[in-house]
Design a binder for this molecule. Structure first.
Ligand code: ADP
Ligand code: ASP
Ligand code: MG
Length: 461
């Protein structure tokens, strides 16, 4: 590969499964070696590592912390050192990288359990970052072993965020200066910078994370700050499919997806791309290409400004809670909804779907948050009912409201499933809230009917 001062860089982000071991890292290095212009690489943690780190905190208390942490550290040491042995031959280079891996893990192994619960989110981000820290070392090694000049840069120096540990908000203005200053000098030298996805730091220099799956966002933040037209997100599937391909065997790759549809798809369950990344890319005019690391010759999917025609995909979001509020009979005829949303705003609870009538309002939110205080406050002026163990199933496309017969197909399928809530706020998506247990069957039935319908339309046109 060659770099030149005048050409526009390309950002390549590799997800966890793309960096799952030595063979995968060789595939990554091969892709980068074949690039013809300045290149920046963003990496996630090795597959499964972020989940293990996350589980450690969820399942530990002060008493079990030291033992559980050292067990996990040894597991991570083995995984990364074993991959390293398969990645490059023994010698001084391998010893140097092995030492770096040990050093990163030794620093983690002395992290202390916080004295108060308020310290947990900060500890969690320090801990979660280790997966990406390790992967930068591994990726630089893989690239160098294939003759690609590369250097590891620390995302903490260029991705500045607020201090909301676990879902930190990037400071776009600061990143707009820090990224070019931190990255371009290396590109000018013909070097490939390798940067951790998912992590950043706050104004006090403390490690933060952007939310699970946030490496996609890092890639877009870096791309937008460098003014690139396109970012490539490399993953373990052939692109964006009409349903999760690991769940629906007949799902098809969608070659082109409009930004509007991609936002809905990602938000309502298509894990293949992080919804904040799509939103930022859309706002900054950065196109996204989704490709399979292990089949680099396939075109994959392009997310761009052209709307997708008709039905695109069916997606499912689990771990949802629905809150139903019923105004007390004495309530005034106006102002009830405003009150409900004022409380939600104060508790900073993002609402996914809403349906409302004169006395009732139902909305869905992410189930992971603690609902008790919110529920208590809503109960001061309404009857509150919380429904859990539910999922949202969403059909995404363009012109869903306008396309004759499409809603009829959707509703005839849903007809067989008990539904808690229906929401269709635009012609880009229609969502149904159903029991968790019903949701896989509903996705499958909707997908086959909509794909069948599309085939019939194609053959008759
Ligand atoms: P990465 O580690 O590369 O970021 P993710 O695991 O975050 O990858 O996302 C890829 C996964 O997204 C796929 O393995 C697939 O199971 C899942 N997925 C869910 N819905 C879709 C969809 N509509 N199209 C493609 N992949 C999907
Ligand atoms: N490793 C992080 C996670 O699993 C970030 C990412 O994969 O994008 O959430
Ligand atoms: Mg991902």
């Amino acid at each position: 590969m060659s770099n030149s001062k005048d050409s526009i860089p390309c950002i390549h982000k590799f997800g966890g499964t793309s960096v799952g071991g030595a063979e995968e890292l060789k595939a990554v290095a091969n892709i980068i070696r074949n690039q013809t212009g300045p290149t920046v690489v963003v990496v996630s943690a090795m597959a499964g590592v972020s989940d293990s780190l996350n589980n450690l905190l969820t399942n530990s208390d002060e008493g079990s912390w030291t033992t559980s942490l050292s067990k996990l550290v040894e597991d991570l040491r083995n995984r990364h050192q074993n991959a390293l042995i398969k990645l490059i031959e023994g010698g001084p280079e391998r010893i140097a990288v092995a030492d770096k891996i040990d050093h990163i893990l030794d620093e983690v192994s002395v992290l202390k359990f916080p004295e108060s619960e308020t310290g947990l989110p900060e500890l969690s981000d320090q801990l979660m970052a280790v997966g990406e820290d390790l992967m930068v070392e591994m990726t630089v090694t893989a690239l160098k072993s294939q003759g690609v000049l590369s250097i590891g840069l620390d995302a903490r120096d260029i991705i500045c965020t607020d201090s909301d540990f676990g879902s930190a908000v990037p400071d776009i203005e600061a990143i707009g200066h820090l990224v070019p200053d931190g990255v371009i000098p290396f590109l000018d030298l013909g070097t490939v910078p390798v940067i951790q996805g998912f992590i950043g730091s706050d104004t006090e220099g403390r490690t933060t994370t952007l939310g699970r799956g946030g490496s996609d966002l890092t890639a877009v933040l870096i791309g937008a700050a460098l003014g690139v037209p396109k970012v490539v997100l490399w993953t373990d599937v052939d692109g964006i499919y009409s349903a999760d391909p690991n769940f629906i065997a007949t799902a098809e790759v969608i070659p082109e997806v409009g930004f509007g549809e991609a936002v809905e798809l990602s938000y309502f369950g298509a894990k293949v791309i992080h919804s904040a990344a799509v939103k930022h890319a859309m706002a900054q005019g950065v196109l996204l290409r989704i490709k399979n690391t292990f089949k680099p010759n396939l075109k994959g999917s392009l997310i761009h400004f052209k709307a997708t025609e008709t039905f695109a995909a069916v997606v499912r979001k689990k771990d949802v809670a629905m809150i139903e509020v019923e105004a007390f009979p004495t309530a005034l005829a106006y102002g009830f909804l405003a009150r409900v949303f004022e409380v939600l705003g104060r508790y900073q609870v993002p609402v996914d779907l809403v349906a409302t009538s004169h006395r009732y309002t139902a909305f869905t939110i992410d189930r992971s948050q603690d609902l008790s205080e919110l529920q208590c406050e809503l109960s001061t002026f309404s009857e509150v009912r919380v429904v859990t163990d539910i999922s949202t199933v969403t059909v995404v496309g363009r012109g869903l409201l306008r396309e004759s017969g499409l809603n009829a197909t959707v509703f005839s399928v849903v007809d067989k499933t008990p539904v808690y809530l229906i929401s269709q706020a635009s012609d880009v998506s229609i969502s149904f809230v159903v029991d968790d247990a019903e949701s896989p069957k509903l996705v499958s039935r909707l997908h086959s009917s909509l794909i069948e319908r599309r085939m019939v339309q194609k053959s008759s046109s």
